[in-house]
Design a binder for this molecule. Structure first.
Ligand SMILES: NCc1[nH]cc(CCC(=O)O)c1CC(=O)O
Length: 298
């Protein structure tokens, strides 16, 4: 097939898109890349948690998709809102990249424990903040925006102790040499779908959906669907911190979730296990358990 893909223009977005294009070319398709600017690329002076607009990095791509100007769009899955245009569809995901978060320290320091008391960590993510606080309660936080390369430059220019980024982003950009520490999922539970790519098509484009089914990974797809279902059910609003990570093992899946109240004072983390095919119900049970505990503590 001759296809046109829409993508944001950051190095990360382009690298992600080129990876998919590569897979398609191996199967004999030709793909033209079209770069599209989104609102999230234009507003750079505000923290994402503060702009409050869902789908900040996706809307313009979705419009071009609906108008038939592109055949598919590649997004970071974690940037996708849970609700989507009726006529669009996200195909089962290809193999997911590493989902954990990493610390990139100011070169003045060599470990998290070495950071002076009160050091500033550059991150606007409330999910990362609540979890970092339980590792070091003296740290301060300051939002940092912009593409990955810009954020890394800001560590020294803004005199941060360090910043927290997605491992997947640094791997894709060949910047793993910048990593000072990889957080375990016990320390920082990742965002739902972190490290996964969302390939969005028109629902009516059955031929293209079939092509993408050939490069999908079944277990990774179920894990991400489970995490996203949990996120949808928690529906915290964009200020509430939420993390989720599901792991499949033969017939089973275990979903771990973390949720914090909007004022960041209460945090609940729990897990739920069950059969893979019941992933939606597992997300439902976990969301109920966590909501119950959040209400109990009020
Ligand atoms: N919030 C922006 C964003 N959206 C996706 C990624 C990383 C790539 C991924 O999760 O697939 C990032 C950067 C980050 O969190 O460090």
């Amino acid at each position: 097939m001759k296809l046109v893909v829409g993508t944001r223009g950051s190095n990360l977005a382009l690298t992600q898109t080129k990876q998919i294009v590569n897979e398609l070319e191996k199967k004999g398709h030709t793909v033209e890349i079209k770069i599209i600017k989104t609102k999230g690329d234009k507003i750079l002076d505000k923290s994402l948690d503060k702009i409050g607009d869902k789908g900040l990095f996706v809307k313009e791509l979705e419009s071009e998709l609906l108008e038939g100007k592109i055949d598919f769009a590649v997004h970071s899955f974690k940037d996708m809102p849970t609700e989507m245009e009726e006529d669009l569809f996200i195909v089962p995901i290809p193999k997911r990249e590493e989902r954990k978060d990493v610390l990139v320290l100011n070169p003045k320091y060599s470990s998290l424990s070495e950071l002076p008391k009160g050091s500033i960590i550059g991150t606007g993510s409330t999910r990362r903040i609540i979890q970092l606080k339980s590792i070091r309660d003296d740290l301060n936080f300051f939002p940092v925006r912009g593409n990955i390369e810009t954020r890394i430059k800001k560590i020294e220019s803004e005199n941060f102790g360090g910043i927290v980024l997605a491992y997947a982003a640094l791997k894709r950009l060949n910047l793993t040499n910048k990593i000072s520490y990889i957080f375990s999922e016990e320390e920082i539970l990742p965002a739902p779908a972190q490290g996964a790519l969302a390939i969005q098509v028109r629902k009516s484009n059955k031929g293209l959906i079939r092509v993408f089914n050939e490069i999908s990974d079944e277990d990774d797809d179920i894990e991400v669907k489970c995490e996203r279902e949990f996120m949808r059910l928690m529906d915290g609003g964009c200020h509430s911190p939420i993390g989720a990570s599901a792991k499949t093992n033969e017939e089973e899946i275990e979903l771990t979730g973390i949720f914090g109240s909007e004022n960041l004072l209460k945090v609940v983390r729990k897990a739920q296990k069950g059969k893979k095919q019941n992933y939606k119900n597992i997300a439902l049970i976990l969301s109920k358990k966590i909501k119950e505990e959040l209400n109990n503590e009020k």
